[in-house]
Design a protein around this ligand. Structure first.
Ligand code: FAD
Length: 436
């Protein structure tokens, strides 16, 4: 279905575009028609999800395919625990769709507004050294290739699947995703402030020990908020602060108050160190037990920009100390905490964790903060540690550099040559990170 175009903006307000045409397809056949027409006419097509990427990866200057009409469950195989979902299904919708079958996704990131195909196409991940990013849960994708063919890639073609499960939207328009789910489970969350020196020093030990461990370091202060989630059987009784109390913590302290402190920090940067200390004092320790989805995900209502790098896991402590020294040396005033996570090595061609256990260092700025070179400095440090930028977050790396940090980069380009020889799915971002 054709609709009028309007300016499209991403969540982080870092990118916008006015597509020449927007199509909201009613099914796979219509996607195939659009792609075939585009190929014949020599124009490009880009599917978009929820616009939660901070990079320009979702920019569609010519035909934008709005996949929001393609949602819901296609099938569940209860014997294998595999669920097939339409491409535009949001992560938020998935728990409700899987619940009747006693299934859940094995791991999630920290928000759930993304579509399953947008999240997996950019390598969205959570934390946990025994778990890979969301793309590693994929066992099959159905996609419309650049030739206009509808093709299902599954575990019988491991080479192709390791490209298509995390394909940057460069290989085709995904119409269905099949996930390997796990039996639904509960998580016990333990959160609280700790001394940042101890937190950095013990990071490798903690991620090895716990199912899901992460921390947020508030620059200019000596403390970090640690979050430790432990997997428990589904029937473990719920405990700790109830939904209302957690809503108050998450909405009033973590979002409402945080918005005010960020706004003050943007106007009076010199006050940021003091504000960060006050924010730290406002955070108290809490322990609670709830369904996995409710624990993994938190509301994020304060608009920000983000860059995130994956580095070899054992480099994390040194890299963080370098970031800390750099912030002090350069005098940046940073109101947003630095988020540190981990994921298991996987074998996907363009996964930030491809072939190596990875630590993730994410830096953020409040959307109204000036662009002052902070991200550039962090990027330099991460690049020195062999860093790979998150495809959905801000960075400045191009194909020449990325080829040097992804051992399977060339293999991915060969798959792209096969599935999109005419570059129907290219956009300026893909031209830069993959080359023409
Ligand atoms: C508040 C916030 C929190 C976040 N938290 C995390 C986190 O915890 N962990 C993490 O790793 N990332 C996180 N991210 C980043 C986010 O998960 C990714 O950027 C993800 O791509 C967003 O999915 P989307 O549906 O918005 O995709 P979009 O940004 O709309 O699109 C991303 C890419 O997917 C492609 N795509 C979308 N649909 C299809 C399709 N049907 N077929 C082919 N290609 C398609 C697009 O073409 C584009 O290339 C966060 C982002 C925000 C704004």
């Amino acid at each position: 279905m054709l609709s009028v175009t309007a300016v499209w903006r991403n969540w982080g307000r870092t990118e916008s575009v006015n597509p020449a045409e927007v199509v909201t397809p009613r099914g796979t056949d219509e996607v195939a028609d659009v792609v075939a027409r585009a190929r014949t006419n020599g124009v490009t097509v880009k599917a978009v999800g929820s616009g939660h990427s901070f990079s320009a990866i979702a920019i569609a200057p010519e035909i934008q395919l709005d996949m929001s009409g393609q949602r819901g469950l296609v099938a569940v195989d209860t014997a294998t625990g595999r669920a097939t979902l339409r491409a535009g299904t949001t992560l938020r919708e998935i728990p409700g769709l899987l619940a009747p079958y006693g299934l859940a996704m094995a791991n999630l990131g920290d928000v759930d507004a993304q579509t399953i195909s947008g999240a997996t196409s950019t390598g969205t991940h959570g934390t946990g050294l025994r778990h890979g990013g969301i793309s590693t849960q994929i066992t099959a994708v159905q996609l419309v290739t650049g030739n206009g063919d509808v093709r299902t890639v599954d575990t019988s073609e491991p080479q192709l699947l390791s490209a298509a499960a995390l394909g940057l939207g460069a290989l085709g328009v995904i119409t269905e995703v099949t996930l390997q789910c796990v039996p639904a489970f509960t998580l016990r969350a333990q959160e609280g402030p700790e001394q940042v020196d101890d937190v950095i020093d013990s990071f490798l030990e903690k991620v090895a020990l716990h199912d899901h461990y992460e921390f947020y370091w508030f620059p200019h202060t000596g403390f970090a908020l640690t979050k430790t989630n432990t997997r428990l059987p589904l029937d473990t009784p719920r405990s700790g602060p109830g939904v209302v109390r957690r809503l108050i913590d998450d909405e009033v302290v973590s979002n409402g108050l945080f918005r005010v402190t960020c706004e003050v920090g943007a106007r009076f940067p010199s006050a940021v160190p003091r504000i960060n200390s006050l924010a730290g004092n406002a955070l108290s320790a809490r322990t609670y037990t709830d369904a996995s989805t409710k624990v993994f995900v938190s509301p994020r209502r304060v608009r920000f920009r983000e860059m995130e790098y994956a580095i070899p896991l054992d480099r994390v402590p040194q890299a963080l100390n370098e970031v800390r020294d750099m912030i002090n040396r350069r005098g940046f005033r940073v109101s947003f905490p630095i988020e540190v996570r981990a994921a298991a090595a996987d074998d996907l061609m363009l996964s930030t964790a491809s072939g190596r256990d990875s630590g993730y260092v994410a830096v953020h700025r409040y959307h109204a903060d000036p662009v002052d070179g902070y991200f550039d400095e962090v990027e330099r440090i991460m690049a020195d540690h062999g860093g790979r930028p998150h495809w959905g977050k801000m960075h400045t790396r191009d194909a020449r550099h990325l080829r040097s940090v992804y051992p399977r980069f060339g293999e991915f380009l060969s798959v792209r040559e096969e599935l999109d020889p005419d570059r129907v799915f290219v956009n300026p971002y893909l031209a830069s990170v993959l080359g023409d």
